[in-house]
Design a protein around this ligand. Structure first.
Ligand code: R5P
Length: 302
């Protein structure tokens, strides 16, 4: 078993190699002058299983193409199973045709990844787990809840967990259950399918004098969280924390959140994070999933 990191590995390749003791192979990645991607493995891969680490932000299209090239090249070199570790799986929010004629982007990504020969896929907190049905091999969606819970236990006083929309409701429930104390509230969010504008419908929540913790999978423009944070502060929350899996922080998203009154933001390192965001290390979670796959393969004599 070998491990390789592509241009979006965000250091997770090295950390996974350190945690698992699996040898990290050299891989050259570059862009030609006209912008085309180039991949080259410079070590012998024949007959080996290979883990390829690539997270898909920023420049999701380039990074995805690089991943496809790497999987295909690995297969050409005679690799046995290819395990792709994609901690942030871009395009997962486009999981259906919201408007007639739209591409179901996540379907296209996962079908293509299967087509080039990826046998296993490990990701973290995909927007909708059911999208993984489009991947033909074995897929694992890692649950970040224990990482969120450890922050809250350490930092928050009398917490109320807040789901910014229905999509995050199960995250809030799970987190509250894992904490074993506190309660949660789920707000309603409406997004204009054409302009992307959002509006919230707030239900009454007892937040006065308590720490509020907003939980979401992705922070992109920051609008969702900023809206909610302002409301929670108006309702008397002591401090507003945010825990998320994929902190993309597009444009001035981080400033937007800080100026809306958010006290502290925690994100998993599934993408490179800006200064000011506290990092929750996802490497141990992934390393554990890798060892489960290894044990499974050993069980099958693979
Ligand atoms: C959407 O359903 C996701 O779960 C997030 O709530 C959304 O992507 C956040 O986007 P933004 O930061 O642009 O409001």
């Amino acid at each position: 078993m070998l491990i390789a990191g592509l241009s979006g590995a965000n250091g997770l390749d090295r950390e996974l190699s350190r945690l698992t003791g699996i040898h990290l192979v050299n891989v050259e990645t570059k862009l030609f002058p006209d912008g085309e991607s180039y991949i080259r493995f410079t070590e012998e891969l024949s007959g080996q299983d290979l883990i390829i680490v690539q997270t898909l932000y920023p420049n999701q299209d380039k990074k995805f193409l690089e991943l496809l090239l790497a999987v295909d090249a690995a297969k050409d070199l005679g690799c046995r199973d290819v395990i792709v570790v994609v901690p942030y799986l871009a395009y997962s929010r486009q999981d259906k045709a919201f408007l007639r004629g739209e591409a179901i982007s996540i379907k296209t990504l996962l079908k293509t990844l299967s087509y080039v020969g990826a046998n296993y896929l490990i990701t973290i907190d995909i927007h909708k787990e059911e999208s993984l049905k489009y991947f033909k091999g074995t897929s694992v969606n890692l649950d970040p809840t224990p990482l969120y819970a450890s922050v809250i236990k350490r930092e928050c006083r009398n917490p109320v967990i807040v789901a910014p929309d229905q999509g995050a409701a199960s995250k809030a429930t799970k987190l509250t259950q894992m904490l074993g104390y506190g309660d949660y509230v789920v707000f309603k969010k409406f997004r204009d399918k054409v302009t992307g504008d959002i509006k919230h419908e707030f239900t009454d929540a007892v937040v006065n004098g308590r720490d509020a913790v907003i939980v979401d999978d992705i922070i992109s423009t920051g609008l969702t969280i900023a809206n909610i944070a302002q409301y929670l502060i108006k309702q008397g929350a002591s401090k507003v924390y945010v825990v998320c899996s994929h902190g993309l922080f597009v444009g001035n998203a981080l400033e937007k959140l800080t100026s809306s009154g958010v006290y502290e933001i925690y994100s998993l390192n599934t993408v490179a994070l800006p200064n000011g965001v506290k990092v929750l290390d996802s490497a141990p979670l992934i390393a554990n999933a890798l060892s489960n796959i290894l044990n499974l393969k050993r069980g099958y004599g693979g």
